[in-house]
Design a protein around this ligand. Structure first.
Ligand SMILES: Nc1ncnc2c1ncn2[C@@H]1O[C@H](COP(=O)(O)OP(=O)(O)OP(=O)(O)O)[C@@H](O)[C@H]1O
Ligand SMILES: [Mg+2]
Length: 509
């Protein structure tokens, strides 16, 4: 195999922390190379170095057997390297075509040739079988298509080496399948795809080789066909990982959360939630399965006080919480783990300890006569950092200095630690590593066993199945069916997710 990327002896320190500690990495032409490792292992840092976002302290890089110095992303792009970041970098208000050509627009003497841009983008999309409407505004597109725009943007710049940082974290299973098809098209075209993921089944499915990082070091590079997911997990975490959650049958008690005939409009003025009713009892985990975009987001936003409903009611322990704002929802005993930690869950520039108190700073525990007890707050944060194993975290450092998965752990630590009875967990393990998923799942079960009611919304069927006591399936804003988790099958849930209802049998509702 011809190497297109060769990184040798890469060192990058942030203060005393070695995010990359003498790392060697290479990827071949026409290869899908997966890069895995725990949260904070140094994957994004390594790829940011390859893309010229971060300057390494030591080490060398060769592209197509030529030694290069990648001082900034423009140099990387010139060398045929493209990267789609963990968090997209598109301009939401611009069109697809504008986003794709941005920075290398066709036209002369400073005039932007809109028609040429549209045409070029359409041709490109056609060539790589990536269907997209060049005139659509990016903010109106579902995440899967926004990602497609990012990929097209790389291809427009003639990238030969494509870096995808956790591309599937935000995708539906269908979108993931489409992405994999694209990846295969790209590699058969001779391109190199470097693919960061926490989902080991994806590694097994799509990669030719896999490199494993642990605590800043590269611990192994293997042929995917020669290992199992379990072996890979052990290499990553340094111990074996339980893929199965251990839990006793639930003993549901009183109703904590009730949704009655709820109707909610989407941002686009369509009815996204169309008469949903459900209950979550103390001591149970109710999972909501569904393909993303079927009303889950709007439903959850109403429950969290972030959006108004147009009809129906939400009851918390029997009293209406309709039209509550987020603070009132919290005060009524609801913990909320949002699916988008950057937009809703965190204040990126604020310190880790401040984030751990976000929304709870006025509680009696941390507040004396209107003054925050900073000492108490920081020691509380310190305890959570150790209990939730938030790697690389110093209480006073800004949250943005943490790796993606560790940022997610900050949200979880906060929401699990203020004694709430109702837990709304929207994609709680998005972007976290397998060890941390195991931990989060154990925590959710423990909260259930302590008498909390957990409402779990997840696009990940494995997660739904391993945690839920009851499974609800949402389709086009309606609950298609309810199943007891112990006798539900993936096929059944899958059918309901696709809107196929079966009368009789074990489908209730
Ligand atoms: N700008 C920065 N300042 C300080 N520390 C940083 C910075 N960027 C990254 N780090 C630290 O370097 C380490 C590696 O981070 P990196 O983002 O590369 O991890 P990762 O493997 O991509 O993790 P994840 O799976 O959570 O995305 C982490 O401990 C992180 O906190
Ligand atoms: Mg990362």
């Amino acid at each position: 195999m011809v190497n297109s990327v060769e990184m040798r002896g890469i060192v990058k320190k942030f203060g005393t922390l070695a995010a990359n500690n003498n790392v060697d990495f290479s990827a071949g032409k026409g290869e899908v190379h997966a890069l895995v490792g725990e949260n904070g292992a140094g994957k994004t840092t390594l790829m940011n170095i390859l893309y010229g976002v971060i300057a390494p302290d030591e080490g060398s890089i060769q592209i197509d057997d030529r030694k290069v110095h990648i001082g900034n992303p423009a140099v990387a792009i010139g060398l045929g390297i493209g990267m789609v970041h963990q968090h997209f970098k598109l301009v939401p208000s611009l069109s697809v075509a504008e986003n794709i050509v941005l920075g290398s627009e066709p036209g002369s003497r400073g005039f932007f040739d809109r028609l040429a841009a549209m045409r070029q983008v359409a041709e490109l999309a056609d060539r790589f079988a990536l269907a997209i409407d060049p005139m659509a505004t990016v903010q109106d597109l579902p995440v899967g298509l926004q990602q497609r725009v990012e990929i097209l943007k790389m291809l427009y710049r003639e990238a030969k080496i494509l870096i995808l940082d956790e591309p599937t974290a935000v995708l539906t299973p269908q979108e993931t399948e489409e992405l994999f098809r694209t990846v295969r098209n790209l590699t058969s075209d001779g391109k190199t795809v470097i693919f960061i993921t926490h989902k080991l089944n994806e590694v097994m499915k799509v990669s030719d080789r896999v490199s494993v990082m642990r605590a800043g070091r590269m611990v192994a590079t293997l042929n995917t066909s020669e290992i199992s997911a379990a072996q890979l997990a052990e290499k990553m975490v340094g111990r074996s990982v339980l893929f199965q959650v251990q839990k006793q049958p639930s003993e549901p008690k009183e109703v904590l959360l009730e949704v009655k005939d709820l109707r909610v409009m989407s941002n686009r003025g369509l009815e996204a939630v169309r008469g949903v009713s459900l209950q979550v009892r103390a001591g149970e985990i109710v999972g909501l399965a569904g393909v993303q975009g079927n009303g889950q987001d709007e439903l959850v936003e109403v429950l969290a006080g972030l959006r108004r409903s147009t009809a129906g009611d939400v009851l918390l322990r029997g009293s209406s919480s309709k039209d509550f704002n987020p603070r009132q929802v919290r005060e009524a005993g609801v913990a909320y783990i949002p699916s988008d930690r950057i937009k809703v869950g965190l204040s990126l520039d604020a310190a880790i300890w401040e984030n751990m108190l976000l929304g709870y700073h006025a509680t009696r525990e941390f507040n004396r006569g209107g003054l925050l007890d900073v000492g108490k707050a920081t020691s509380f944060a310190r305890e959570l950092i150790s209990r939730f194993d938030i790697r690389g975290a110093q209480v006073g450092a800004p949250v943005k200095s943490l790796s993606g998965g560790n940022q997610q752990k900050v949200v979880l630590a906060r929401e699990f630690s203020h004694g709430r009875r109702v837990i709304i967990a929207d994609q709680p393990s998005r972007g976290v590593d397998i060890g941390a998923i195991e931990f989060i799942h154990k925590q959710l079960v423990a909260m259930r066993d302590r008498g909390c009611g957990v409402f779990l919304i997840s696009a990940d069927l494995d997660e739904i199945f391993s945690l839920s006591d009851r499974i609800l399936v949402i389709f086009h804003g309606e609950i298609m069916g309810e199943l007891a988790a112990r006798d539900a099958t993936v096929e059944e849930v899958g059918r309901l997710m696709a809107g196929v209802n079966r009368r009789g049998g074990d489908v209730i509702g």
